[in-house]
Design a protein around this ligand. Structure first.
Ligand code: ZN
Length: 833
């Protein structure tokens, strides 16, 4: 029902200038002055459509659709000449970058991409976008028309329509006859989950590189078709703050060039000139740094653009609010500020357009000829086709070229997992990435084992190196090798047909296997798993491998049904003609366990970390397609919990967690999965064995650790929960336990907190533990490192007939920590069966 219209221009009309002169302003079109009301998204879209039909130098494109069915649109504005050859300009730009072949004209317009309202409860910027649009197409605005001779402006009026609508609906439904500027009035306090995030509660401004969300998949595809020279991401921050614009704060990633730094200053000074003239307050060089690659400023920077974040004070301000200084901040003022920086940016880019374009070309020339970093080739070992496929898709979406194989070449490279240089014979199916390519900067940022972090007070996560996140063995090579085959593609197994099997086996090592299990369970197929590794049908299978036996599934279409489900998913399946295995326990053995189809509840609502909860929700619904019931935290002690086999407690503030009901339910056979802070909330609760790790070095470890934590919170890139540390630690896994199935004897975890626990008691299982050599990469303060030297991060406790799974870290973090998805799936489907 939702159709992507990636290349369809939904309106493109050329009409006479006379008509255009009567072009309606936003006020004339909407029937109120900008700032008097919040404009619903559909009205913003209608204004853009109207302008596209009434003005002559604009094209409008719908490039995607949100989860809730709202259109994602972008307007392209240029001179009449340029708008008629827009596609040629786009191709020429890609030729300048070396992404498309052919000779590029250096005399090209600079492309400025303005992205508004990525956080739904920062709503002023979509209003400003309508004003900017009007100014750009107004033929009477001769200054702007002159500027447009040298540039193409792309306007995305709302990056997060679903979130914005959540906020706007909330505000419009609670505001009185006149807005109440008292900050304690309810109109300034959003209910859970707030409008910041999208439908699945993802922060879209943390998703540029990963594109876990469909809005970002569509947007980054469009972005990479255009590769603008300038990208501005418009936000709002706490309403007591003055306006923020470039230049950004340290730390800057080392790959950000001097030109990118310098031109941010040029743009910032021009913004300042306009703010000075109006007497408006602003600041630069503080708060908003340039490191984590998934922001609307860093992602463009790593793609050769001048990427910037602009921040107006305004979250929760409604139509008017009294600030800490006693002034009243109005929506109209917030809109005016965003409009001013939009136009000032266009002005300064127009004045420097030739230089902007030539420096963009230089960035890409340099990327192809002199890639950053010590590694010139990356080799990803192919242990599992479906796992490597996930990485291949990510590289593909980001325009990073790769291939496979080096004709069984023996090479020396840095082994990410051992941290040492080793000899390695490259397999013909291994994924090979050569760094001499246009996207080498982004490639380097995503794959370098350790990000260089200058001493600074402000951080988001500081480690994201993909081999660790994907759990894929990788080698960094100092030599440049081209892959033997130019493109990498998963060799899909030939679909089985006309088989008649005693049983079918599937591996249990990647999310593809989980998706297959989910499909089987939904069809009512009985599935078993092996508690031990075994060999059958000429293949080796690890513990956790799935077995679908004819026994228990005895129906005439058994073979056809199972092979069809596998074929639909392109999933590899091994038929066995006998239950007598070559090594290990026979298929009929007690070691082969039946997987009871779990009825799963996910706790949500007030107190719960919406983003953490949304990760589970999105994973279940959109990634593995398994049903989940969302229940409210406040109802936990009232509901009939017996309706569920599994309850997931995501991260949250469980201040008054009453566990009697839960404990009884677990004792009766339920499985409770506690994540992050939910684990901490179970410490000292009756029946739960989890204990915080004792700190022997200090009586008050928390007091000592706090300055570190405060630094993170101060960072406050965008008001709420963004200031989390994140570093990579190596966990020793007991992969004989169901929670560790499918993993080697280790797992790389992204530590977002210093939470660590004592190993569980004798009857329980401490499945994931760390020792004093666990730290791998990313920022972790001295005291934190000291604390994270020994202890438990993942464990399973038996409680009556049920079990409790403790996960101290977030295995689904922003949905890009790919390897964690199997860990979470083990907790859902394997533990306690
Ligand atoms: Zn924001």
């Amino acid at each position: 029902m939702i159709k992507k219209l990636l290349t369809t221009f939904i309106a493109s009309f050329c009409i006479t200038a006379t008509f255009a002169q009567q072009l309606q302003t936003p006020e004339q079109f909407l029937g109120y002055k900008l700032g008097e009301h919040f404009t619903p998204h559909y009205r913003v879209v209608e204004y853009f459509k109207y302008v596209a039909s009434a003005a002559k130098n604009i094209k409008l494109q719908q490039f995607g659709t949100t989860n809730e069915g709202r259109p994602q649109i972008a307007a392209f504005i240029a001179s009449a000449d340029n708008i008629s050859r827009l596609d040629e300009i786009r191709h020429n730009n890609l030729r300048l970058a070396g992404i498309e072949s052919g000779t590029a004209s250096a005399n090209a317009p600079a492309i400025t991409y303005l992205s508004y309202n990525v956080h739904g409860n920062e709503p002023a910027s979509s209003e400003a976008a309508m004003w900017v649009l009007y100014d750009l197409v107004n033929p009477n605005n001769t200054k702007v028309q002159a500027e447009l001779r040298n540039m193409v402006v792309i306007i995305d009026p709302c990056l997060n329509p679903d979130g914005r609508e959540r906020y706007v609906n909330f505000y419009n439904s609670v505001v009185g006859a006149a807005p109440n500027a008292n900050p304690t009035a309810r109109e300034h306090l959003e209910p859970w989950p707030g409008g910041r995030v999208n439908h699945y509660y993802f922060d879209l401004n943390r998703d540029w590189a990963w594109q876990a969300q469909k809005e970002m998949q569509a947007r980054v595809a469009l972005y990479n078709q255009w590769l603008p020279q300038i990208h501005v991401d418009f936000h709002e921050q706490g309403y007591n703050n003055p306006y923020y614009f470039a230049p950004a704060a340290e730390p800057y990633h080392k790959d950000i060039t001097q030109w990118q730094r310098d031109f941010q200053v040029t743009i910032g000074k021009n913004n300042a000139k306009h703010f000075d003239a109006n007497g408006w307050m602003y600041f630069t060089k503080q708060e908003f740094d340039l490191l984590y690659p998934s922001y609307g400023d860093t992602y463009p920077l790593y793609n050769g653009s001048i990427g910037m974040t602009y921040e107006q004070g305004g979250i929760g301000a409604g139509l008017a609010v009294v600030t800490a200084t006693g002034d009243t901040l109005t929506l109209a003022q917030r809109i005016a500020h965003h409009h001013e920086t939009s136009m000032a940016t266009i002005e300064v880019v127009a004045a420097n357009s030739q230089r902007v374009v030539s420096e963009f070309k230089k960035f890409y020339d340099n990327s192809r000829q002199n890639p950053p970093g010590q590694f010139k080739t990356y080799v990803i070992k192919n242990d599992n086709n479906e796992k490597v496929e996930q990485l291949a898709k990510l590289l593909n979406r980001n325009g990073i070229k790769f291939g496979y194989g080096l004709a069984n070449k023996s090479v020396t490279g840095y082994n990410y997992f051992s941290g040492a240089d080793e000899r390695y014979t490259v397999g013909t199916n291994d994924l090979v990435v050569n760094a001499y390519q246009p996207k080498s900067v982004l490639l380097h940022v995503l794959l370098e084992p350790k990000t260089f972090i200058p001493d600074s007070a402000t951080y988001d996560i500081t480690a994201w190196s993909l081999p660790y996140a994907y759990g894929l063995k990788a080698y960094g090579l100092k030599e440049s090798y081209q892959p033997a085959n130019a493109s990498w593609s998963v060799v899909k197994p030939a679909a089985l047909s006309n088989t008649k099997a005693y049983a079918y086996v599937s591996a249990w090592q990647s999310i593809a296997d989980v998706r297959f299990l989910s499909a089987l369970l939904k069809q009512g197929v009985k599935v078993r798993y092996s508690q031990e590794p075994f060999e059958a049908g000429g293949k080796k299978f690890t513990a956790g491998s799935l077995l679908i036996t004819r026994a228990g599934n005895d129906r005439p279409d058994f073979d056809r049904m199972i092979t069809q489900i596998a074929a639909d998913l392109g999933h590899e399946l091994t038929p066995l003609s006998t239950g007598f295995v070559d090594k290990g326990s026979d298929i009929g053995s007690f070691d082969i366990r039946y997987i009871k189809k779990p009825r799963i509840a996910l706790v949500s609502g007030d107190g719960i970390n919406a983003e953490a909860m949304g990760e589970v929700w999105h994973f279940m619904e959109q990634q593995i397609g398994y049903p989940v019931t969302l229940i409210r935290y406040q109802d936990l002690n009232r509901l009939k919990l017996a309706d569920y086999d599994v309850i997931v407690l995501p991260d949250g503030r469980y201040n008054d967690l009453a566990t009697d009901n839960l404990q009884k339910w677990v004792s009766d056979g339920g499985k409770l999965i506690a994540m992050e802070n939910a684990v901490a909330s179970l410490v000292d609760k009756k029946g739960f064995d989890i204990k915080a790790k004792e700190d022997k070095k200090s009586d008050k470890p928390d007091a000592k650790a706090k300055p570190q934590k405060r630094i993170y919170a101060d960072r406050n890139r965008d008001a709420l929960r963004s200031s989390i540390p994140g570093a990579i630690f190596k966990v020793n896994m007991d992969n004989t336990h169901p929670l560790g199935y499918g993993f080697p004897k280790y797992y790389y975890t992204l530590k977002l907190s210093e939470d660590i626990y004592e190993p569980l008691g004798e009857d329980d299982w401490s499945v994931g533990t760390i020792d004093n050599k666990a730290y791998v990469a990313g920022f972790a303060g001295f005291l934190t490192k000291q604390k994270l030297t020994s202890g438990m991060l993942m464990g399973v406790q038996g409680l009556g007939r049920g079990s409790v799974v403790y996960l101290a870290d977030d295995p689904l973090f922003r949905s890009f920590w790919e390897n964690g998805k199997l860990l979470f799936s083990n907790a859902l489907f394997m533990v306690g069966q």
